[in-house]
Design a protein around this ligand. Structure first.
Ligand code: 13P
Ligand code: SF4
Length: 303
């Protein structure tokens, strides 16, 4: 029996679902019950009432959010090494330090954070709803972390004062996109539309026609009249873009923009994860409670 069939059989036996992020390997996206951006995956994990096990094919903070929101389900991360480096950049000490400097400013944390940081925040956001979350707050100054680029993007649109915590937080994969590379591609493909993720630098965002979360880019590509796109986000999204739009052309803005952490989930690891029910993500309830409140406040914001 081939590996795919073995996974499908185990999935049925264990009442499991597989959720995969838009950056996962093509074969992982193809076997998943649902592929999406970080907010869609969190929502899906809550909606699947009959599922007893969720195999989270993504990185640590996404599986943690699912475990926080679904304490009664078994949330499995197939590879414990799949950790988002940006999520490690905002520590609880940093949040406390910033709060002493700006005691009246609400703390908004990007979902790309560990559970302990979420537990010390007022509200979470993702790249899909960061603008609406910040707009929903009755404050002119906001502590925001860890992604400085996303924070600057939100400040540009909302006009609010964003204090980045830490000052330097970034995604190593998205910083690989350079405006010069995109300008050269634009000269070579003058009919192409440029889409980039808000984790890209200010200079890169400035040469884009569309800025959005991974799933928002997928939606935009589908609905746009444009037939050709230059894509400024992690390479894994190319699989979904091409699959959903076979008649359109997609050009990655930088070939090397690969998030190695997202590639650690393989079909073999998904199989072992389901078979041995590992690695179970458990967040102590003392931390989970506050983190859940911050995530639930985010879901209340219309976006
Ligand atoms: P999305 O929520 O847009 O999928 O982004 C998650 C992420 O990690 C981007 O690098
Ligand atoms: Fe983290 Fe960047 Fe990878 Fe997204 S692409 S998971 S932000 S390192």
């Amino acid at each position: 029996m081939d590996l795919t069939q073995k996974i499908l059989d185990l999935k049925k036996e264990k009442k499991a679902i597989i959720l995969a992020h838009n950056y996962e390997r093509p074969e992982v996206q193809d076997i998943a019950d649902y592929t999406g951006d970080s907010i869609e995956l969190s929502r899906k994990a809550m909606e699947e009432k009959d599922a007893e096990v969720i195999v989270f094919s993504a990185v640590d903070f996404m599986a943690e959010s699912a475990a926080i929101l679904n304490p009664q389900k078994k949330v499995l991360l197939p590879c414990t090494g799949a950790r988002c480096p940006m999520a490690q950049m905002l520590t609880v000490d940093e949040i406390k330090r910033a709060k002493t400097l700006y005691p009246d400013a609400p703390v908004v944390v990007y979902v790309n954070t560990l559970a302990a940081a979420k537990a010390h925040s007022d509200i979470c956001c993702t790249s899909a709803n960061a603008v609406q979350v910040v707009q929903s707050l009755d404050a002119g100054t906001i502590l925001f972390g860890p992604d400085r680029n996303l924070g600057e993007y939100v400040a540009e649109i909302t006009g609010k004062k964003i204090i980045s915590i830490p000052e330097w937080g970034f995604c190593p994969t998205h910083l690989l996109f350079q405006p010069e590379d995109i300008m050269i591609l634009k000269i070579q493909h003058p009919d192409a539309t440029v889409m980039v993720h808000p984790e890209c630098s200010y200079e890169t965002r400035k040469v884009a026609d569309f800025i959005g979360s991974t799933s928002k880019m997928c939606k935009y590509a589908k609905e746009s009249n444009s037939k050709k796109f230059i894509v400024g986000t992690e390479n894994g999204i190319m699989h979904r873009l091409k699959k959903e739009n076979p008649e359109k052309e997609f050009i990655i803005a930088y070939d090397g923009a690969i998030c190695p952490n997202m590639k650690l989930t393989t079909l073999e690891r998904i199989y072992t994860s389901l078979k041995e029910e590992k690695h179970l993500i458990k967040i102590p309830e003392t931390v989970a409670k506050n983190a859940r409140d911050a995530l639930e406040r985010m879901f209340e914001v219309k976006s």
